[in-house]
Write a protein that binds this ligand. Structure first.
Ligand code: SF4
Ligand code: SF4
Length: 96
């Protein structure tokens, strides 16, 4: 069978409406969640920079806890935090 060229295959990953990712609360996929120890956090903002989901917000120069509705539990924030202020905890070990 002849392989199709890229021009013949269906278009994927189309964003039809900017900002529509807000409609998809992907937080239910995660098995781990980031828990920040505020006493260790220096507000260096590295977790905010590295979070691929943009679910860590900054308010008046200080990071807020991750929005768990969109956090996928990837652990990047915890691995990049230079002060070990974020621990990834199993979802079932956290309060609901
Ligand atoms: S990377 Fe760590 S120390 Fe820096 S703002 Fe985030 S939690 Fe706080
Ligand atoms: S675990 Fe991943 S998605 Fe969740 S806040 Fe940290 S970097 Fe963002």
């Amino acid at each position: 069978m002849k392989k199709k060229s890229y021009k013949e295959i269906p278009t994927g990953g189309t964003i039809t409406s900017p900002g529509n990712s807000l409609s998809y609360e992907t937080g239910s996929w995660k098995s781990y969640r980031p828990v920040r120890d505020k006493s260790k956090c220096t507000n260096c903002l590295l977790c905010f920079v590295f979070c691929p989901e943009n679910c860590i917000k900054v308010k008046e120069g200080k990071v807020q806890d991750a929005d768990l509705n969109y956090c996928k539990g990837c652990g990047l924030c915890a691995s990049e935090c230079p002060f070990k202020a974020i621990t990834m905890k199993l979802e079932e070990e956290c309060e609901l």
